[in-house]
Design a binder for this molecule. Sequence first.
Ligand code: SF4
Length: 64
Amino acid sequence: MKIAVNRGRCTGIGICESISPAYFEVGDDGVLILVRATVGDADRAEVEEAVRSCPAAALTIVDD
Ligand code: SF4
């Protein structure tokens, strides 16, 4: 699975980073950095929680 970011929706609040810092990082400029876009099976539940928790609904999961 992969993570897709709708940058028009992301407000840089960083909830995703607090839940799953190995995948999400908000830079000093408030812009979200996807540290890794491809999610390993072991991390799936954590990343899904981060995606669900985004208040701006900016994240989606794409199954490959
Ligand atoms: S939680 Fe959502 S709005 Fe906040 S930084 Fe992450 S993707 Fe952007």
